[in-house]
Design a protein around this ligand. Structure first.
Ligand SMILES: Cc1cc2nc3c(=O)[nH]c(=O)nc-3n(C[C@H](O)[C@H](O)[C@H](O)COP(=O)(O)O)c2cc1C
Length: 198
């Protein structure tokens, strides 16, 4: 059983929904999970008590939310020294155009590189197109972008593209990684004790 912190940035709420599913999956595996939005998390949170940290953010106009960028930058040292995972939420990965998909991968790579952070696990999830949550200008632009990409353009509907099996597998695999590394740590401690006694 590990203590896990999930911190996420969101603008329209899909990344929160994904973070919630990850938290639920991990709780069902007996982990203790705390869960915060990056714009609301206390600056004095004690990261020492966590065995692992999961960070999530969504892409808006080619970048992540300012609050998550600041949080990761500020806590990069802790992130580098703990088991950690990062997931990125966007719509570009749904496109057939490989150029667009590779741009989305580059956002992830650049963000991790900027922070000199190599999480044990990363993932990209398709997000949502919630027209009802956009103001008229954003609705107009998102419809244009979606039309160009051959996507959904009926602005009287909201669309969700997240593959919840992929999200569940991400939580499961990261959980397994934590269990395996705890077992390895335990075995190497037992080995050291044995060597000391002989
Ligand atoms: C103004 C705006 C800009 C966006 N820019 C991008 C983008 O550059 N690349 C992309 O793949 N998706 C882009 N998206 C799609 C979002 O990443 C997607 O809707 C995601 O589900 C949003 O997550 P959130 O609800 O957690 O904010 C954009 C969405 C909006 C509303």
């Amino acid at each position: 059983m590990a203590q896990i912190l999930i911190v996420f940035g969101t603008t329209q709420g899909q990344t929160r929904k994904i973070a919630e599913v990850i938290a639920e999956e991990m709780r069902s595996m007996q982990h203790v999970v705390d869960f915060f939005e990056s714009s609301l998390i206390s600056p004095n949170i004690n990261l020492e008590k966590y065995d692992a940290i999961v960070v999530g953010a969504s892409v808006h106009a080619g970048g992540y939310q300012k609050s998550i960028k600041n949080w990761v930058k500020k806590n990069a040292f802790a992130l580098r020294n703990k088991k950690a995972a990062f997931f990125s939420v966007c719509l570009g990965i749904l496109e057939n155009d490989e150029k667009v998909r590779s741009k989305e991968r580059k956002y992830v790579q650049d963000f991790l590189l900027e922070n000199n952070w190599k999480p044990q696990k990363t993932a990209m999830f398709a997000g949502a197109l919630p027209y009802s949550k956009y103001n008229w200008l954003v609705k107009y632009w998102m419809k244009r972008i979606s039309k160009k990409a051959g996507g959904d353009t009926d602005t009287s509907h909201d669309y969700e593209y997240t593959n919840w099996n992929e999200v569940g597998n991400f939580a499961l695999e990261f959980s397994q990684l934590l269990i395996n590394s705890t077992l390895l740590d335990h075995q190497s401690r037992v080995g050291e004790d044995h060597l000391l006694k002989t």
